[in-house]
Structures are given as C-alpha cells and as structure tokens.
Design a protein around this ligand. Structure first.
Ligand SMILES: [Zn+2]
Length: 62
C-alpha cells in the first residue's frame, strides 16, 4: 500500500480546508413572479411560486 512520502504541512492542510469555509449562498436568480431574490430550483420564499404556479402557502399573504 502506498504511503505518503511527507507529512502534510499545517499550511497545506489549512489552505485545503479554507475551501470549506468560503461558500456564500449565491442568490443570482430572482423570482419571475415577484422579482425578489430566490434560490434556483427552489420555491420563492416571499410569494411561494415555483415554475409559474403557487406551490407554497406563504403566511404573510392575505
Ligand atoms: Zn416570488
């Protein structure tokens, strides 16, 4: 079985693990119904629409 020749340095480990921390939620997509920012492939949190029809009952609606 292959064995690593050198111990992975703290710097190398830290720089690899830094990728796990920098993940901002990309809200590049906006709702086609109300225009507020919404995640792609998710129902809109503010109006409850997805793919042109209402799929969620939003509590703030009257
Ligand atoms: Zn919406």
């Amino acid at each position: 079985m292959a064995v690593p020749k050198r111990k992975t340095s703290k710097s190398k480990t830290a720089s690899r693990k830094a990728q796990n921390m920098k993940k901002p939620i990309s809200r590049a997509s906006s709702c086609s119904q109300c225009g507020s920012p919404a995640l792609p492939h998710h129902a809109c949190p503010s109006c409850g629409y997805y793919n042109g029809r209402q799929v969620l009952t939003v509590a703030t609606e009257e």
